[in-house]
Design a protein around this ligand. Structure first.
Ligand SMILES: Cc1cc2nc3c(=O)[nH]c(=O)nc-3n(C[C@H](O)[C@H](O)[C@H](O)COP(=O)(O)OP(=O)(O)OC[C@H]3O[C@@H](n4cnc5c(N)ncnc54)[C@H](O)[C@@H]3O)c2cc1C
Length: 432
């Protein structure tokens, strides 16, 4: 175990902020470095271009935020975040129908990504032993002469010494290249090609829209390959993201956007946005593939270095998992420190955290025939079972809640196959 004087976190987005919060309890001081200048809370910034798109915070993620930042949800509601039970106040459309309403106990927090990140940043920057270096690009790692220990980072202006450097620079992380240049092997990389296209627009929200429901989730089907989400957020707005796999993406221009919404499996989004007042311009993004880097499998890894967040695993965003997976990794980092911390120990814990969201995202993506990725033996059976579960859940609130707990990463995926749920799935399908 090295000294615990100074930790440097590269990347001040959701993952870096959460990691910095954990490290501030374990190191005398923490420096958070980002290439951006942090804007006012709620404002979009360049380093996180995905911030203009709808971002769902899962219940698992919200729980971790409230643990590390007591009263966080109240702060969010004070700036206009929208509350609601994920099962009672949302519309989830699967297999030709909405899931039955249920009191799931999963309390949602609907808020824009820039506002959520801004609130977390405000809390993190107030930590006594933490300072931030903004507008500062980390170019490379500094190491000991034998390259066995990372001793700091190099920026265009200076070298900064650290006992731990944590890379939270997202999907485009240079950690694989940095490690290779130091003579270490690259982490094995798993890729699942999905060629997703996102188009997002904001609309004015009326309280009576959808009888007060706060969210609509209409996932793409293997037949249509297009779906959408519409989420309430602060400022009485809807954020609407229309999604397609493998081409035929939703257009930016308003009429085409609304027309695309009309072709989705469910009409809710179309019904609202065809009458609502649009706000501002549309934005689009392409997401080629989910990527998982298997740092936990590396035999050799330098001391004093760690990788975190999307830099370990970036998921197809339609499942809304990335920020919550980062939050769960922060909890795993904290546990790793309780156990003495080594990067190897953290990577093992992080890998367990990532297993569930990865299997949910990849398993579901493999229903789309064009998806390219390793196909596990059981995946067709699981997808068949999930379709039956969703059908049963049209009428059965217990089946509906069981699914939503898995989707929110508070229950493991096999929990939907528990005999009690499997029986309900069987009975629900027999009843038609
Ligand atoms: C279109 C889209 C929609 C999404 N929707 C959702 C959603 O609904 N729900 C959800 O939970 N997640 C969603 N995600 C994922 C989510 O945005 C990320 O999981 C989340 O931001 C955590 O990522 P991160 O902090 O690891 O990296 P990022 O958010 O990518 O941040 C990386 C940070 O590192 C900084 N940086 C990079 N390189 C350097 C450098 N060399 N020096 C200094 N600073 C550097 C950047 O400025 C940035 O601040 C979505 C992603 C996309 C692309």
């Amino acid at each position: 175990m090295g000294e615990r004087k100074h930790a440097v976190v590269i990347g001040g987005s959701m993952a870096g902020l959460l990691a910095a919060r954990v490290l501030s309890d374990r190191y005398e001081r923490v420096t958070l470095i980002d290439r951006d200048t942090f804007p006012a809370k709620g404002e979009q910034r360049r380093g996180v271009p995905q911030g203009v798109h709808s971002h769902a915070l899962l219940y698992s993620g919200r729980r971790v935020l409230d643990r590390f930042f007591p009263g966080f949800s109240q702060d969010a509601f004070a700036v206009g975040a929208v509350p609601g039970d994920v099962g009672r106040d949302s519309r989830w459309f699967f297999e030709g129908g909405n899931l039955a309403r249920c009191d799931s106990g999963l309390e949602g927090l609907l808020i824009s990504r820039p506002m959520l990140e801004g609130l977390v940043r405000e809390r993190v920057l107030a930590i006594r032993n933490l300072s931030a270096l903004q507008d500062c690009v980390v170019e490379s790692l500094e190491t000991s002469a034998d390259k066995k220990r990372v001793t700091g980072v190099r920026t265009p202006k200076e070298s900064i010494a650290a006992d731990l450097v944590l890379d939270a620079t997202g999907r485009g992380s240079h950690a694989p290249a940095w490690l290779e240049s130091l003579g270490y092997s690259k982490a094995e990389e798993e890729r699942v090609e999905v060629a997703i296209g996102y188009t997002t627009r904001l609309f004015r929200r009326c309280e009576q829209d959808l009888n007060g429901d706060g969210a609509v989730v209409t996932p793409p089907t293997p037949e249509g390959r297009r779906g959408g989400v519409m989420l309430a957020q602060e400022g009485l707005r809807w954020t609407v993201t229309l999604i397609a796999y493998f081409g035929n993406y939703a257009p930016l221009e308003l009429d085409g956007f609304i027309e695309f919404a009309r072709t989705l499996p469910a009409r809710d989004i179309y019904d609202v946005i065809s009458k609502a007042e649009p706000i501002g311009e549309a934005h689009s993004a392409r997401f080629p593939a989910s990527v998982r880097r298997r740092y936990e499998k590396l035999e050799n890894f330098p001391d004093g270095f760690c990788v975190f967040g999307d830099a370990i695993c970036s998921f197809n965003p339609i499942y809304g998992q990335g920020m919550s997976a980062a939050a769960l990794q922060a909890a795993a980092l904290d546990e790793s420190f309780q156990a003495g911390f080594s990067a190897r120990d953290f990577f093992r814990r992080a890998s367990k955290v990532v297993d569930s969201p990865w299997s949910i995202a990849v398993g579901s993506d493999l229903r789309i025939p064009e998806t390219v990725g390793p196909r596990s033996k059981g995946v067709d059976f699981i997808n068949w079972y999930m379709a039956k579960l969703h059908k049963a859940a049209h009428r059965d609130p217990v089946a509906s809640a069981a699914f939503l707990k898995v989707a929110n990463l508070v229950a493991p995926p096999p929990s939907v196959m528990h005999p009690k749920i499997a029986l309900r799935v069987l009975m629900g399908n027999l009843r038609g």
